[in-house]
Design a protein around this ligand. Structure first.
Ligand code: 6GU
Length: 270
């Protein structure tokens, strides 16, 4: 079977001359799935969609089933040792991976699974700085362990809940990466200042007109024009909300402040 026979959703490529991202340097996502029609899905719209059309990133979604070798196009089989459900076959998966990753492809191969390492902004930043990624979306009970090991897959989860498949998790991961690519976000610093940005604090509350709505006023300081006061208020709100909702993030933030040379709370500072 030739590649053209396979079900793919190809993104428009960057123009062959000029442009910010010459071909070959475009951040490239390759997705392996039994439901390639799910891509680019929502990433074809809004910010990510415009960046995709502008050639700032590219996505190809490939149907794993197109690499099955038997008459029935089987991709899974019963679990060794018994039990419920089906397991995806290592041979079919390996051929599918080889089909989208040429020899020497530097992109990480990520298997999306609820037992993976939790995706966080640091991981997203690392991925966005690289050449792209290959995302394997499993279905059924999982995939054969041997292909995970043989291919050195990185197992990634997007949170402590169970999805019906890795596809929506892949969309989440890609959304988080694409918005960090050069030239994708419009407003310059809005990508860094917000929740889970460098500071490790959650965002402060936002307000806009009308000044009073359903008997609720905008906090006075925000209308004062005192930029230093406003910055202090926002900082205090960020800290209050982080402490309240995410004691884990607050503890990490405090540890980082101390580690960064701040002597606050250190006995020597007393
Ligand atoms: Cl990556 N996959 C599935 N199926 N469920 C999940 C997940 C991934 N991350 C959280 N839940």
């Amino acid at each position: 079977m030739s590649p053209s026979d396979r079900s793919r959703a190809e993104a428009p490529q960057a123009p062959s001359t000029g442009g910010v991202n010459p071909p070959g340097n475009v951040w490239q996502a390759s997705v392996l799935s039994l439901f390639p029609e799910m891509f680019p899905g929502p990433l074809g719209l809004s910010l990510a969609g415009r960046a995709l059309r502008d050639g700032k990133w590219a996505i190809e979604a490939t149907d794993i089933r197109s690499f099955a070798t038997d008459r029935h196009r089987t991709v899974d089989d019963t679990p060794a040792g018994g039990g419920a459900g089906m397991v995806m076959r290592p041979d079919v998966l390996d051929t599918a991976i080889a089909g989208v990753m040429p020899e020497g492809d530097a992109r990480p191969l990520i298997y999306l699974t609820p037992r993976g390492r939790l995706l966080d902004q640091a991981m997203v930043r690392g991925l966005a700085e690289g050449p792209g990624c290959v995302l394997l979306c499993g279905r059924y009970e999982g995939i054969d362990q041997r292909v995970i090991e043989a291919r050195g897959m990185v197992e990634v989860s997007i949170g402590d809940y169970v999805l019906s498949g890795g596809e929506t998790a892949a969309l989440v991961l890609l959304d988080a990466c694409v918005r960090l690519l050069p030239g994708v976000m419009g407003a310059a610093d809005s990508a860094t200042e917000e929740s889970h940005g460098g500071e490790g604090l959650l965002e402060y509350p936002h307000y806009t007109r009308p000044a009073e709505w359903q008997g609720r006023a905008i906090p006075e300081v925000l209308l004062s024009g005192h930029h230093a006061d406003i910055a202090r208020w926002r900082r205090a709100e960020s800290e209050r909300i982080t402490k309240e909702r995410r004691p884990d993030l607050w503890a990490r933030h405090e540890a980082k402040q101390r580690g960064a040379g701040g002597m606050d709370g250190h006995p020597a500072a007393a």
